[in-house]
Structure formats: C-alpha cells, structure tokens
Design a binder for this molecule. Structure first.
Ligand SMILES: Cc1ncc(COP(=O)(O)O)c(C=O)c1O
Length: 398
C-alpha cells in the first residue's frame, strides 16, 4: 500500500532535475548530437554548447574558462585532484603527501587510502573537532610534517554530507599555501547553498557534481587553478586540454551549467527557505525526542538545508523503514546494508560509540519542501522512535 504522503527529505543524496534544466538539455540528445571533437558543423555546434556552458560556469565560480575541467561526477573530480597530483609528483621523481581526514567522502578518503596502500603517496590523517570542524591550527600542526622533497596536497571538504558541518575553507587554504602545499576542496554538498567564488575561497582545486543542485546525474567538474598541473588520471583522447580523456557528454554539461545558473540566481531566497525549514526540524526534533542529539556543527556553521541527529536506543535501518512506510524519505549517516548495519565511519571518527553511531538520521530539505512537510515529520518521527524503543525494550535490547 502506498502511503498517503510522499515527502522527500534526502536532498543531500540527490535532487530532482529542474524542468528548466531538462528543457535546456533536450536538444542535445537527438537534434544537436555532434561530437565536440569533430571538425564538421555538427561537431562545432556541440563544441559551442560546451564552451558556452564553460563560460557560464567560469563566471559563477569567478575563474577563467580554461580552469574548468568537465568530468563524469563528483567522485571522478575528487579522484582526478588526488591522483592527478600524486601521479605528477611521481612523474617528477617526487612524492605527494596528502593531508585529509576520515570525515571526507569516500571519493577522497578511499582514494587517499589506495594511493598510500600502493605506495604512490604519503597520507597524514587530520584530527577534526568533535563537531567535524578541521581547525587551521590542527592543519598547521600537521603540515609541520611535510618534507621538503614532497608535494603537499590538503584535501578538506567544504561541507560534510553526513553531518552538515561547513569548514573554514579560506583559512585552511591560507595555512596550506603558507606551507607550500596545494589545496583541494570537495564542494559537492556546498553547491547551491554556499558561495563558490574560488578567488575568495583561495583554493587550487574544487569539485562539483550537478545532481546535488537540481542538475542531471553523471556529470561534474573540477576547477583547476591555472599553473597547477595535473597528470591525467584517465588516459585516452586529448579532451579537456589533455586533463580528462573521453567524449564530452554534451547534454549533461549543458544541464549542469543551467542548473548552476539557476541555483545562484535566487540564492538568498533559497537559503532563507532552507534555513527556516532546517531550524524547525532541528528545534522540533531536539525538543520532542528524548536522547536526541544534533550531529555536526551548530546551526550557524552547518549547511542551510542539513539536519542530522543521533538517537539513543534506535537502530537507523529500522527507523528509515518506519519513516518510509509513513511517506518520509530520509537517510542515515551510515552506509547500511540490509541485515548488516555498519556504523558510519564519519561518526566513529568523531568519537561516537558504535551504538550511537548506528542510530543516526539525516534530513536534508529542498526547494519543494513546505512547512506542512516539516509539521508532518515532527508529528511522525517522535512516535516512530517511541515505538522502536518499546520494541527493543520488549526484546530485552538496551
Ligand atoms: C561530499 C560528496 N563528495 C562526493 C560525492 C560524489 O559525487 P557523485 O555522486 O557525483 O559521484 C558526494 C555524493 O554523495 C558527496 O556528498
């Protein structure tokens, strides 16, 4: 039976494609379908579309067109940043030294782990504060370990996908540069909510993914500051100025540019809407559910659309199922396999005990959410938690 309600509160996972974005993309599937690398008019049409998308994006990021590298997703952009620097260091007879944290998305942390395992780079893991913040002081201390024959690369995400904490990127980038290290930020969750002015942020590289800001899935980009040279991680043709081989996905690139344009056209109103709904969620859940804790940073230093909690005595998988049956699509901070729930690495790395890390819930609001949606969640969630706790008590699980 379908629930009467259907409330989507998982915008950190993905967002629907905006109808205006879809409209912009449609001609490039079967009307203007040329390969931008072809020399004839079909190719030139496609190339013009790509270059006008690049121009729009460069304006929004406050960078040059040549500094925008199109990729297939946020994961690929992060991989390109880390591997590209590590491979370049090796090509120059040096070694990269990465400074990153276990609170990063796996696109960064697993890439760093693999580079270290294969002895292609050295990795220093940074220690965040309990709310996930990485302080300039902690980075400063860690960078003391950068050897003179190493190429340093700091990779710290702009905003955390699981706990919503926003990092002091400009201050961190300044510390990295003072030590001669490069600075990459995964801005996948920040797009459409925080400023992406790469000059103000002072970053050398920045990763984005269109499906987080009402664009299509399967397309992303890496901002790459002029003068920072990467060794291409994906080899093949000479696309993207030798930095990323592979035929361009023209409709998706056009869609990403349109989505970014729309996201920043009404940013203040969008952020005000998100913040209002988020704050109602945070205040409502903390006051109605005993043993509830906000995970991540306080309101002023978290993503405008992001509320995340841990609940004592609740198992996230069961709670998500319960909410789904009530028509609420949410997620937990943990990567759960049905029947084999694993506590979130992010929460564990912040010092939470596994029992508590297993009881996490993430609610991320979007453009279409309304006050009525939030009222429904605030009515449904406390009852769901009470019921789940009662079942565990009856089973003798504490
Ligand atoms: C912070 C962060 N980085 C990277 C990614 C990966 O992006 P994509 O889905 O485009 O590969 C995600 C997606 O959830 C994310 O939240």
């Amino acid at each position: 039976m379908r629930p009467a309600k259907s409330i989507y509160l998982d915008h950190a996972a993905t967002t629907p494609v905006d109808p205006q974005v879809l409209e912009a993309m449609l001609p490039y599937f079967s009307e203007q379908y040329g390969n931008p690398s072809s020399a004839h008019r079909f190719g030139r049409q496609a190339e013009n579309a790509i270059e006008s998308a690049r121009e729009k994006i460069a304006q929004l990021l406050n960078c040059a067109r040549s500094e925008v590298v199109f990729t297939s997703c946020g994961t690929e952009s992060d991989n390109l940043a880390l591997r590209g620097v590590a491979f370049r260091a090796l090509a120059e007879g040096k070694r990269a030294h990465l400074f990153t944290a276990h609170t990063e998305h796996h696109a960064v942390s697993h890439t760093a782990e693999q580079l270290a395992r294969l002895n292609l780079a050295r990795v220093t893991w940074l220690a965040p504060e309990p709310d996930g913040t990485l302080t300039p002081e902690a980075l400063q201390k860690a960078l003391g370990g950068l050897a003179s024959d190493e190429i340093g690369l700091v990779s710290v995400m702009y905003a955390n996908n699981e706990i919503g904490t926003v990092q002091p990127i400009a201050a961190l980038a300044e510390v990295a540069h003072a030590h001669g290290a490069l600075f990459h930020t995964d801005a996948v969750q920040a797009a459409g909510q925080l400023s992406l002015d790469v000059q103000a942020l002072g970053v050398d590289m920045l990763a984005l993914s269109a499906h987080k800001f009402y664009g299509p899935k399967g397309v992303g980009l890496l901002y790459l500051r002029r003068g920072v040279s990467l060794y291409s991680a994906q080899t093949g043709g000479g696309q993207e100025n030798q930095r990323r081989a592979g035929t361009h996905n023209v409709p998706l690139i056009v869609g990403m540019a349109r989505a970014l344009e729309l996201a920043y056209a009404d940013l203040p109103q969008r952020v005000a809407h998100y913040t209002h709904l988020r704050d109602r969620l945070i205040d409502g859940v903390l006051s109605r559910v005993s043993g509830a804790r906000l995970s991540g940073a306080e309101k002023a230093r978290r993503l405008p659309n992001h509320a995340s909690f841990t609940f004592e005595g609740v198992e996230a998988n069961a709670l998500l199922m319960h909410l789904d049956l009530s028509g609420i699509a949410a997620s937990s901070g943990s990567a759960c396999n049905t029947g084999n729930p694993q506590p979130s690495e992010v929460l564990l790395s912040l010092g939470l005990p596994p029992e508590l890390a297993l009881g996490s819930l993430r609610l991320t609001v979007g453009k279409q959410n309304t006050d009525a949606d939030i009222s429904y969640v605030l009515m449904t969630l406390p009852t769901a938690i009470e019921r789940l706790r009662a079942v565990r008590q009856a089973q003798g699980i504490t």
